[in-house]
Design a protein around this ligand. Structure first.
Ligand SMILES: C[S@@+](CC[C@H](N)C(=O)[O-])C[C@H]1O[C@@H](n2cnc3c(N)ncnc32)[C@H](O)[C@@H]1O
Length: 207
């Protein structure tokens, strides 16, 4: 996701009451223990997580976003909504956060339209490459699930294989997925791709 640098958004990260830094890890862990808990890696501007937090007010959500500008835009939207009390953010690389988290923390992890990084030399950055999947296994509860959506056929095929190779079980697969409003929410990218008639591919997996 390319977004022009915005100083106000980066500055906003220091003001928000809903941000945890990696130095605050103990407070973050307390928040994650309060309720059933879900993680979104790469929330973009936050449309999905806002909708999910309203739909499931008794769950706690954490978003981790690597781009400071996008993180600031997302967090301001969450804070200004006024209705939401159950979304917190870490504005950093998921990989740095992952090693600090306790085992079996999350009931679910959302990977929505993650960057496909198509070049082979960038494979390690793909959020469905081996090291990431090992980390998800560690932080997911035993009955936890990964919810994966993408527009991209090659990235879908790569990810599907990577999940299987790394011991995940596919419990749901749909190559022309339409959002089920009872349990899911459309993302910004999803809205854009659907308007171009691109089919959305979805997997749900257990470890
Ligand atoms: C293509 S955008 C999709 C945004 C949103 N999920 C949607 O569907 O509209 C991918 C997002 O993931 C973030 N991202 C990529 N790698 C990340 C990482 N290692 N840790 C945290 N965020 C990451 C990017 O900065 C970007 O905001």
């Amino acid at each position: 996701m390319r977004t022009k640098f915005k100083q106000w958004a980066v500055d906003y990260l220091k003001e928000s009451p809903n941000i945890f830094t990696l130095e605050d890890i103990d407070s973050l862990k307390n928040y994650l223990k309060e309720n059933k808990c879900f993680l979104e890696i790469g929330p973009g501007k936050g449309k999905f997580i806002l909708g999910m937090a309203k739909k499931f007010p008794n769950y706690n959500f954490l978003v981790v976003e690597i781009s400071p500008t996008i993180a600031g835009i997302c967090l301001k939207k969450i804070d200004e909504d006024g209705e939401i009390h159950n979304v917190k953010m870490v504005a950093d690389d998921f990989f740095k956060l992952s090693s600090l988290l306790d085992k079996e923390t999350f009931d679910g992890i959302f990977l929505n339209f993650s960057d496909p990084w198509p070049k082979k030399r960038h494979e390690k950055r793909r959020l469905t490459s081996k090291l990431f999947l090992e980390s998800y296994k560690n932080i997911l509860k035993s009955d936890g699930k990964i919810y994966f959506k993408t527009d991209n056929d090659d990235f879908f095929a790569y990810s599907r294989e990577s999940f299987i190779e790394n011991g995940f079980n596919i419990i749901y697969e749909n190559l022309d997925y339409q959002v089920d409003p009872n349990v899911d929410e459309e993302t910004e990218f999803e809205e854009k791709f659907k308007s171009h008639d691109i089919k959305i591919k979805r997997l749900i997996l257990t470890k």
